[in-house]
Design a binder for this molecule. Structure first.
Ligand code: HGA
Length: 608
C-alpha cells in the first residue's frame, strides 16, 4: 500500500524514481507524483490513477535533475485527487513525500494557519511540509528543522524531504511506516521496500523506529530516536525473489507460507505507533463510526470466512458486543434481520469476491457503516465500503490461501482493538495486545522451524482418504481452515469439528484409517481437549497433536505430538495456522497434486 522512492545522484534521477514507483505498484495506490530539483527550483508533476499517467505527464514535461522524491498515494486523508497527491510543498522551497498517518494534524494545521500558511490539499501530510518551513523561516538549519518537526508528529510516518537551498541532500525519517536506504556508488536512495531499488543497488540499510537520516551522493548519516549518531549495518540483498517469482521455493504456496513473518509485519506497519493502534488507519471518521457500533456482522467466503469466525471470538471476548459471522452466498439470498448500529465487516483477499460484494451492495443502506479487511487496494470492496483496512500481504499466487489468511487475522485483531477502544477496553489491555502482536513475526519464524518434523509427519496422511481436524475456542476455526487446506490441495476428505462435538456424532467415524489432527495450545481448555483426545484414542484413532505444552501431552502408541512455540494466548489462532498449512502442503507434495493450482479451483472467485 502506497510507496516512497527518493534519490540523490550525479545523474538524472526521474527515470530511476519512475521505475521505483512501477515496482511499488503491486502495493496498490490511487495517484502518483514526483518532485525534482532542476538546478534552479523544485519542480513537480502529479497525476491521479496509474503510474503510467505520471509517466505520460513526464514525457510531455520532463523533470531533469539529480535530486528527487516520488510517491504512490493511497489516500487516507482527502480524496484521490491531483491536489492531494504527493509530493506536497511548502511554497516553492520544500517538497515532501509521506507514507502513514499524522494523527494530530488538525491541531498542527490550526496552528500553521494561524501563522499564515496556506493549505492547498486536504491531506494530513501537508502540515509536515509547513512545519518544517516554519522552522526554516525562523532561521533553524534544515536538519534540525526536519528533526524538530518530526518530534511534534503523532502517528506513523516515513518521510522523504528535499529543500531548495540544500540541493545535495535527501533527508528522511521513519516511525511506524517502512523505509529502507539503498546504498549506491556515488549515489544513494530511499524507498518503502527494497524491490523498488533493485535496479540501482543490492545493498540496503534498514532504518530503525525513530531513525532520521541525511543522504548525499557519497555519505549516509543516521541518527537514532534520541538524536544520537548511529552506524547501521549494510545488508546485501540475497533473495533474488520478487513478489511474483517463486525464487528458491518449489511452489508459490511454500514461498507464501514462508513470507508470513514479513507480511504480518507489513500489516502492522503504519497502523501502530508508540504501542497504540492508529484508528485513522481504517479511514477518515473511523473513530466516530466505531463509537456507534452495537453489533458486528462479518460476511466472507472460504478461508476469509474462517478468519471471520476467529474474529468473532476476539470481538465478543474483548469488545463485549455481539458479532455474527456468515458465508456471503447464504447471507445475500436470505432475509437478514440486523439490529440497529450494525457494522457490516467484509473480509476478502481480492476485494472482488462476487458473493461478498453482492452482500455488501444488498445491505449497505441498512447498516450503520461498512468496513472491509482486504488485500487489494482499489478493489471493488474497498471502493464501495465506508472504511477499509489493507492486509498488505502482497500478491498471493497459490490458489490455496495462506499468507492472506494470517494477515487477515492480524487485520481483524487490529479491528478488535479499534472497536475495543471505543467500548471500554483499557489502555493497558490495548498495550498488552499490541506488545503481543509485535512478537508475532518472530513466533511465526519459530513455527516455520517445525517444517522438517511436519514433512516427516505428512507421510502418515498420503495414503489416507479421510481425516478429522479438531480444535476448541478460536482454534476451532483454525482447525476448519486446516481441513480446508488439506481438501483444497491434497484432495483428501477433511472434516473439522469443535472437539466437544465429537461424541455427538463424528466419533462413529473414528478408526485406524481416520487420522485426527488437533490444535491444542496451552490454555484453559487443554484438560477438556485431552478428554476428547482420549475418546479418539480409545477407538483406535491415530492422533496428530500440535501442542503448546508437550510436557502435558506425551507421545505414545498412536499419538504423535509436535511442540508449537509458546505464544501469548491472543496469538494462538495465528501461530497454530502455520503447522497446518505446512502439513497440507507436504501431504499434497507427496501425493503429487498440483499444489499451486489445485483442480477445479480459481484464485479470485469473481463469479457467483
Ligand atoms: N495520509 C497521507 C499518506 C497516506 C499514504 O501513506 N499514502 O501513500 C495521505 O492521505 O495522503
Amino acid at each position: 500500500m502506497c510507496g516512497i522512492v527518493g534519490a540523490v545522484a550525479a545523474r538524472p534521477v526521474s527515470e530511476i524514481l519512475l521505475e521505483g514507483l512501477r515496482r511499488l505498484e503491486y502495493r496498490g495506490y490511487d495517484s502518483a507524483g514526483m518532485a525534482v530539483w532542476n538546478g534552479e527550483a523544485i519542480d513537480r508533476r502529479r497525476a491521479t490513477g496509474k503510474v503510467q499517467s505520471l509517466a505520460d505527464a513526464l514525457a510531455e514535461q520532463p523533470l531533469p535533475g539529480s535530486l528527487g522524491i516520488a510517491h504512490t498515494r493511497w489516500a487516507t486523508h482527502g480524496k484521490p485527487e491531483e491536489r492531494n497527491a504527493h509530493p506536497h510543498m511548502s511554497g516553492p522551497r520544500l517538497a515532501i513525500v509521506h507514507n502513514g498517518i499524522i494523527e494530530n494534524f488538525e491541531v498542527l494545521k490550526r496552528e500553521l494557519i494561524g501563522k499564515g500558511f496556506e493549505f492547498t490539499s486536504e491531506t494530513d501530510t501537508e502540515v509536515v511540509a509547513h512545519l518544517i518551513c516554519d522552522q526554516l523561516n525562523s532561521g533553524v538549519e534544515l536538519l534540525d528543522a526536519v528533526r524538530n518537526s518530526v518530534t511534534r508528529l503523532e502517528g506513523a510516518f516515513a518521510l522523504g524531504v528535499i529543500e531548495q537551498d540544500h540541493p545535495d541532500r535527501l533527508i528522511c525519517a521513519r516511525q511506524g511506516s517502512p523505509l529502507v536506504v539503498g546504498v549506491g556508488i556515488g549515489e544513494n536512495f530511499i524507498a518503502s521496500d527494497q524491490l523498488a531499488l533493485l535496479q540501482v543497488t543490492d545493498r540496503f540499510i534498514f532504518l530503525d523506529e525513530g531513525d532520521f537520516a541525511c543522504l548525499t551522493t557519497d555519505k549516509i548519516q543516521i541518527w537514532d530516536k534520541d538524536a544520537q549518531p548511529v552506524e547501521r549495518e549494510i545488508h546485501q540483498y540475497e533473495h533474488g525473489v520478487s513478489a511474483a517469482d517463486k525464487g528458491e521455493f518449489k511452489h508459490y504456496m511454500l514461498k507464501e507460507i514462508y513470507e508470513q513473518p514479513t507480511v504480518v509485519k507489513a500489516t502492522m506497519e503504519g497502523r501502530i505507533a508508540n504501542g497504540r493502534l492508529l484508528e485513522q488507519a481504517f479511514g477518515a471518521g473511523a473513530g466516530e463510526i466505531f463509537d456507534k457500533v452495537k453489533q458486528v456482522q462479518i460476511v466472507a467466503c472460504g478461508t476469509s470466512y474462517h478468519a471471520g469466525l476467529v474474529a468473532k471470538y476476539w470481538i465478543e471476548d474483548l469488545v463485549g458486543i455481539p458479532c455474527l459471522v456468515e458465508v456471503a452466498s447464504e447471507f445475500r439470498y436470505r432475509k437478514v434481520v440486523l439490529s440497529e448500529g450494525t457494522l457490516f465487516l467484509s473480509v476478502s483477499q481480492s476485494g472482488e469476491t462476487a458473493d461478498t460484494l453482492a452482500a455488501l451492495r444488498e445491505i449497505k443502506d441498512k447498516v450503520l457503516a461498512s468496513l472491509t479487511v482486504c488485500n487489494v487496494p482499489g478493489s471493488s470492496l474497498v471502493r464501495e465500503s465506508d472504511l477499509s483496512l489493507m492486509t498488505n500481504a502482497g500478491p498471493e499466487i497459490g490458489v490455496a490461501s495462506t499468507k492472506a489468511f494470517t494477515t487477515q487475522l492480524v487485520g481483524l485483531l487490529l479491528t478488535t482493538l479499534a472497536l475495543g477502544r471505543r467500548h471500554g477496553m483499557t489502555e493497558e489491555k490495548e498495550a498488552e495486545i499490541v506488545a503481543a502482536l509485535q512478537t508475532l513475526p518472530e513466533k511465526l519464524e519459530e513455527a516455520l522451524a517445525m517444517d522438517a518434523d511436519i514433512e516427516a509427519m505428512s507421510a502418515a496422511f498420503a495414503e489416507k482418504h479421510h481425516s478429522l481436524f479438531l480444535g476448541r475456542g478460536p482454534l476451532y476455526p483454525v482447525a476448519m481452515e486446516g481441513a480446508l487446506k488439506l481438501k483444497e490441495i491434497s484432495y483428501i476428505h477433511a472434516e473439522s469439528y469443535p472437539a466437544g462435538e465429537l461424541k455427538h456424532g463424528p466419533l462413529a467415524l473414528v478408526d485406524k484409517d481416520m487420522p485426527v489432527v488437533t490444535v491444542a495450545p496451552k490454555n484453559g481448555m487443554l484438560d477438556k481437549l485431552k478428554a476428547n483426545l482420549q475418546e479418539v484414542q480409545a477407538r483406535g484413532g491415530e492422533l496428530f497433536v500440535f501442542a503448546g505444552d508437550s510436557d502435558n501431552l506425551q507421545p505414545e502408541e498412536g499419538v504423535h505430538v509436535l511442540q508449537v512455540p509458546d505464544v501469548a494466548p491472543i496469538l494462538e489462532a495465528i501461530v497454530y495456522t502455520v503447522p497446518l498449512q505446512l502439513l497440507s502442503y507436504y501431504v499434497a507434495v507427496l501425493k503429487g497434486t498440483d499444489v499451486d493450482q489445485p483442480r477445479n479451483l480459481a484464485k479470485s472467485v469473481t463469479v457467483e
